[in-house]
Design a protein around this ligand. Structure first.
Ligand SMILES: *[C@@H]1O[C@H](CO)[C@@H](O)[C@H](O)[C@H]1NC(C)=O
Ligand SMILES: *[C@@H]1O[C@H](CO)[C@@H](O)[C@H](O)[C@H]1NC(C)=O
Ligand SMILES: *[C@@H]1O[C@H](CO)[C@@H](O)[C@H](O)[C@H]1NC(C)=O
Ligand SMILES: [Cu+2]
Length: 724
């Protein structure tokens, strides 16, 4: 059992603290506007053994030179990484356990990368001569009072706008809290989701069609014929629109669940009990799974792991009658073989007629493995979640949250639907997971009301195939979701955060009850919540240093899906069989598009994996930079799995990792967030000479893409510009 004393240790600072509020707060970091130009890195020593209030002794060190920019890039020397790299042990330092096994991968199963690093782009997606969809008549099978058609021109398909529930604003609740505190609403949610899951595939608001918007089976949803890209779904990943696109998407399911609950309750008799059930139905909102929660930690919510669940309905005389049904939060069962027929093999046949997590050879569910996998990443996930709130631009926040979100998909899927962009939304836990992403987005909006989506290189989707050099911005249409007036949702419609209350939902941290309060009051409240939930001691006054590993790759380099894992101190005996085992700190998860041979658009993806909790666990928290870097160099290991097979840094052209530290200042108050006081400092002496490890800072700041060109990762643009 993983420690239940996490909450106790939660108040201990992750890293040491200095200048306990005696002199003025340090200046916010003001960056060099040219992020690419040569940088001199300056690392200031944080002295950990001083009495509070004494001055910080300063040591300036200058390291690192800048490599050549451009396609003349040379590969790093090749080292055999099949063996764990071992360095001299520092006298008197604690040696973490394990590091015993030298893993020799089965040679036959090794992933064979393309023989040449010269990139062959995927065949040109259709639609470069793009015509906006939705311009011709189509029949929608949804007959509903909310369908607007009479006021639209005859060339517009009938559609149902995405408006969510129609009762007053209610908070979406954490799934465990919902179950415990509002069993009537929970009961209606279960009945409603069962109904939505068993609605015919032809119903646009069935679980089948709503889930299908995200990826397969690649059919237009409430849109007429158009220039669609049938190789991908409507969803946006790796883009500045990741968080905003998923907001109306979640709202669409919430709307379906809400109306299903209302119509179920409406049929109950006698009238005396109907009102009670209707009231509960009126409160039905999507619940969320907080995978960084200090109490429930990263375990899967128990309710999502049980195959059946008990629901209650009134009999004809109004007495509650309980029945056991197959649990709609555990799995979605496709209605028949024709439902999966449009999918490519192996997704188009039995046994894949149900969603599963870590399915065994017979497609039996093993959700407990998903839960274990999630839990091993818990402490660094909390830090990564908190760090998302320290982002200095919205795009960087979005990228940080997406990185955590990606690794959750990977850890929950284990070969089941959740690991695949094309199929993940069919698993009901997808919606609880994304509801949490939406909640974090709302919390960021509340604490950073001045920041929002800024323009970034576009990512193509089903209804928006993009020619090169297209830009996504806050006015990009979020197909296929329409607002009440028939216009397409755009990110701008989702800002400021108070717009969620207009969609009749809130969160405990952005509560409906704050509709009458000022944005400043909400900011204070939400910031407190962020610190309480995820702060883990990081609001102790003073400056602390954060350590991270940055994993980076051009996602187009490997077709299909792949993950890069980081292990600290120890690692699983066979990381290829048990990648989330003991020692797992974090990972870059690419998510498969759906097929092992499917390329993604060329685009730099990166994640920052926080190391502080691991440094603390191994007693290095207060150590000097030499010891910490030595520890990181010696005891961090990396594993790459591509489409289920081992893959190595030395065979990849664009994959890199780097270790950096960054100073953060906190004024010690619970209603403010800490802020960065330094640039990231890349410790190239830790990574140089290792396959994939950077030698030059430019390899991270200005990374190489599959075609040999270089670019600043989109999420980093302006990211060091700090708002004042
Ligand atoms: C809200 O939706 C229910 C059906 O789910 C409908 O009966 C009711 O009339 C709607 N109320 C309003 C104000 O639109
Ligand atoms: C970056 O900042 C500059 C200067 O403030 C601004 O002109 C530009 O639009 C910003 N770019 C993005 C992508 O936000
Ligand atoms: C790596 O470089 C940093 C910064 O110059 C220095 O503080 C640290 O001691 C070095 N670590 C090792 C192991 O040489
Ligand atoms: Cu997702």
């Amino acid at each position: 059992m993983v420690s239940s004393n996490w909450a106790t240790t939660a108040l201990v600072a992750l890293l040491s603290v200095s200048s306990a509020g005696v002199h003025a707060a340090p200046q916010k970091y003001r960056p060099d506007p040219d992020q690419i130009k040569e940088k001199r890195q300056i690392l200031q020593t944080i002295n950990t053994d001083r009495a509070p209030g004494t001055r910080v002794p300063v040591t300036f060190l200058t390291i690192g030179t800048v490599g050549t920019i451009g396609p003349t890039f040379t590969r790093v020397p090749t080292v055999n990484t099949n063996t764990l790299l071992t360095f001299g042990t520092l006298p008197g330092t604690r040696i973490p356990t394990l590091n015993t096994g030298i893993y020799t991968p089965p040679t036959s199963a090794v992933y064979t990368p393309p023989t040449t690093p010269v990139y062959t782009p995927p065949t040109t997606p259709p639609g470069y001569g793009y015509t906006p969809p939705g311009t011709t008549t189509t029949s929608s099978s949804r007959s509903s009072t909310t369908t607007t058609s009479s006021t639209r021109t005859s060339t517009t398909p009938t559609y149902t706008p995405i408006t969510g529930a129609n009762t007053t604003c209610y908070n979406r609740l954490k799934i465990d809290v919902l179950q415990r505190t509002d069993p009537d609403q929970f009961n209606m949610l279960l009945l409603a989701w069962q109904k939505v899951q068993t609605s015919p595939d032809s119903d646009p608001f069935s679980h089948y069609q709503l889930s299908g918007i995200h990826g397969a089976p690649y059919i237009p949803w409430q849109m007429g014929p158009g220039s669609y890209d049938y190789s991908r779904g409507y969803c946006t990943h790796g883009s500045a629109l990741f968080t905003t696109w998923h907001r109306p998407y979640l709202l669409a399911l919430e709307q379906a669940l809400f109306h299903a609950a209302m119509s179920i309750a409406n049929q109950f008799t006698p009238a005396a009990v109907r009102t009670q059930y209707l009231n509960a139905a009126g409160r039905v909102r999507l619940p969320y799974w907080d995978w960084s929660d200090p109490v429930t930690q990263s375990y899967l919510p128990p309710i999502t792991m049980q195959q059946t669940v008990t629901v209650t309905r009134p009999d004809g005389s109004g007495n509650p009658v309980s029945a056991s049904i197959s649990n709609p939060l555990f799995a979605y069962n496709f209605l028949g073989t024709s439902s999966v027929a449009p999918f490519p093999a192996p997704w188009n046949a039995a046994p894949r007629l149900s969603t599963r997590r870590y399915p065994d050879g017979s497609w039996n569910d093993r959700s407990y493995l998903a839960s274990n996998s999630m839990q091993s990443g818990f402490s660094s996930r909390v830090t990564a979640t908190y760090n998302a709130f320290l982002a200095t631009t919205y795009n960087l926040f979005s990228n940080r949250v997406e990185g955590v979100h990606d690794s959750v998909h990977g850890a929950v899927g284990g070969g089941g639907q959740m690991g695949y962009v094309a199929y993940s939304a069919f698993d009901p836990i997808f919606w609880l997971h994304h509801c949490n992403v939406d909640r974090l987005m709302a919390m960021f909006q509340a604490t950073q009301p001045g920041l929002f989506v800024t323009p970034a290189a576009a990512v193509g989707t089903f209804a928006r195939p993009v020619p090169p050099n297209t830009i996504d911005d806050s006015s990009t249409d979020l197909f296929p979701f329409r607002r009440a007036d028939g216009s397409w949702y755009k990110s701008v419609h989702l800002n400021p955060v108070s717009t969620i209350w207009g969609m009749r939902y809130g969160y405990p941290e952005v509560p409906c009850s704050y509709q009458t309060r000022t944005p400043a009051e909400l900011d204070t409240f939400t910031t407190n919540q962020v610190n309480t939930l995820y702060g883990n001691g990081r609001t102790i006054p003073g400056t602390s240093r954060e350590w991270n590993v940055r994993l980076l790759i051009d996602q187009a380099e490997i077709p299909g899906g792949y993950d890069i894992y980081v292990y600290g101190g120890t690692r699983p005996q066979d990381p290829y069989a048990d990648p989330y085992g003991k020692g797992y700190i974090g990972s870059l998860s690419s998510m498969s598009m759906g097929a092992v041979d499917q390329y993604k658009q060329s685009r730099i993806r990166f994640v920052d994996v926080p190391l502080n909790s691991y440094l603390k666990d191994y007693g290095y928290a207060g150590a000097d930079p030499y010891k910490i870097t030595e520890y990181i160099r010696r005891d961090l290991t990396y594993t790459i799995i591509a489409n289920g097979k081992p893959c190595y840094f030395q065979d990849l052209y664009t994959a890199r990792y780097a270790v950096y530290s960054r100073d953060v200042y906190s004024d010690g108050k619970e209603d403010t967030l800490p802020y960065y006081t330094s640039d990231p400092y890349y410790h190239t002496n830790v990574t140089e000479g290792y396959p994939g490890g950077i030698k030059y800072v430019d390899e991270i700041l200005y990374p190489i893409k599959v075609d040999g060109s270089r670019e600043v990762p989109w999420a980093e643009v302006n990211s060091t510009r700090i708002q004042t």
